[in-house]
Design a protein around this ligand. Sequence first.
Ligand code: NAP
Length: 270
Amino acid sequence: MSAPYAEVIGDPIKHSKSPLIHGFWLKALGLSGDYRRTHVKPDDLGAFIAERRDDANWRGCNVTIPHKLAVMEHVEDPGDVRGTIGAMNTVVLQPDGTLIGTNTDAAGFYAPLAELDLEGAPVVVVGAGGAARAVLFALARAKIGPVTILGRSPLKAMGLLATFGLKGDVVALDAPLPPAALLVNASSLGMTGQPPLDLDLSPLADDAIVYDLVYAPLRTGLLAAAESRGLDTVDGLDMLIGQAALAFELFFGKTPPEGRDEELRALLTA
Ligand code: NAP
């Protein structure tokens, strides 16, 4: 029998950093296994899943754009991801042949904040897309205080507040910020090729944290502005590595090696 493998699927898929991350951990742990990158077009998703579930070496896959919603039709959902975050990024083949779908983005996002007490804290979130759903799901579980969502689609943002039982406001991108303790950019603004995210950070609390999910570029204009205001920052690689770590454990049954994150970050930014 050949080695177990997992993979990331999407359309396009060339840009994915997941093979680098999982490959680094497989090698570091000396595990025989493989993590691939597979181009799957939307019309081929059902056939892909049907073929893989009969492959004895396949452990599962990470799922990226545009399959995060469509994949929910093909898997079991014991954690009610469909009814909460509403998108899946990981599919795991169980030893009994059951295919389970889950979402490791919310926990990956929250990992760098886990030591903080965010209960009751006012928070700003930019964006109301898929990543914002995972962010708000995680923050609602941390019992945060009022949330201000900044974005260009107010109805979508209001729907998210209601979905996650959060109190707060929805405002335009150029509205003044409240004195929040945490600001999260969960939009595409600031990504290479996208418009910048220009916010006046002066109203934020002096000990506020600014967290940008964007990881290309890694040091976004938002993080640079936060640093020059003396605020603590978290960049998008923390979440990327955090969500991958949970998936790695599900696929290969081992936790990633400890104390190797700096090496991995250097590899990902080389
Ligand atoms: P998405 O579902 O397409 O959502 C993008 C959000 O950005 C939407 O709310 C969209 O507004 C908003 N937006 C896009 N262009 C805009 C513009 N010109 N002006 C105002 N708002 C704009 O994408 P996603 O999956 O949530 O990803 C969002 C970002 O998070 C991306 O940069 C992605 O790389 C990053 N991300 C990082 C990680 C990580 O592990 N670090 C994980 C997931 C995502 P509308 O709602 O109006 O469309």
